[in-house]
Design a protein. Structure first.
Length: 277
């Protein structure tokens, strides 16, 4: 039979740290299936990590999900384990990183501060809790150790929360902003296609023209059409589309970077208005 699932997301990069953590996990739970979700989260970007984790966990089997984007490592921030209503366990720092994923998984059934040092590595550093605390505790949980054994139960309302910016309808326009920029330079925006359709008063049919303003877009903005996929426009042309990773809005340039073209960064505000209004 397949072993328990441990998913793993960090901002550690391609160096040795993720491999060391996997070694710790397998030393405790040798039958575990470890799935690396990403180790290229933008450095120290807790919201980026929270966004990516929350967009992935719903596709995964029930398991233990370890996430470490932890600029407060070694400070008074708490290490925590959260049991979701679906039955998953989320392990990581109490800095908001786990909260959006917990909501995707049905909400918090129980939350515990991780204090049981007998579940840690023998020597705990002040700067590598991913290896010394989160990896071994996650592996013990995958082995079936009850979540109550990691430490005292805590009130979920005391956990550091994290939410994503919401879009706003202003007349016939959608006021939105950049949530994250992927490695292709595509910008994922706050809101859903339904929000843009509601703001613009019509269906999002292929080729429907919108005016986008914000970022470094000069003058009165840029004309960008709605399309269902990149190949519906020429190389170097921009499009608005439904992002397949999370079903939200995206702006892209076919075979190029929308972030570079339009001067987009995290939290850059954008205004999108239909040209046929």
């Amino acid at each position: 039979m397949a072993g328990p699932l441990i998913s793993f997301l960090t901002d550690f990069g391609p160096e040795s740290s993720p491999a060391v953590c996997r070694g710790v996990m397998w030393g405790i739970a040798p039958e575990a299936r470890i799935l690396d979700l990403s180790h290229t989260v933008r450095k120290f970007a807790v919201r980026d990590g929270a966004f990516l984790l929350s967009r992935m966990v719903g596709y995964l089997p029930i398991g233990v999900h370890i996430a470490v984007v932890d600029p407060g490592v070694g400070t008074a921030r708490r290490p925590i384990a959260i049991r979701s209503a679906r039955g998953d366990t989320l392990v990581g720092p109490d800095n908001g990183l786990l909260m959006p994923a917990a909501r995707v998984l049905g909400g918090i059934a129980a939350a515990h501060e991780i204090t049981a040092s007998d579940l840690f590595l023998t020597k705990v550093s002040s700067t590598f809790h991913g290896r010394d605390i989160f990896s071994p505790v996650g592996a013990h949980l995958a082995n079936g150790v009850p979540i109550a054994d990691v430490g005292p139960r805590i009130d979920p309302s005391s956990l550091v929360d994290l939410t994503f910016p919401e879009p706003r309808i202003d007349g016939r326009a959608l006021e939105t902003g950049v949530l994250i920029i992927d490695s292709f330079g595509n910008a994922r925006l706050a809101g859903q296609p339904a929000d843009l359709a509601r703001a613009s008063g019509g269906e999002l049919t292929p080729g429907r023209a919108f005016r986008v303003t914000g970022g470094s877009i000069a003058g009165g903005g840029a004309d960008v059409a709605w399309h269902s996929t990149f190949g519906e426009v020429g190389a170097g042309d921009a499009l608005l589309y439904e992002d397949a990773d999370y079903g939200g809005l995206g702006i892209a340039v076919n075979q190029a970077s929308a972030a570079a073209r339009f001067g987009l960064e995290i939290d850059t505000p954008l205004r999108i208005e239909a040209r046929d209004t």
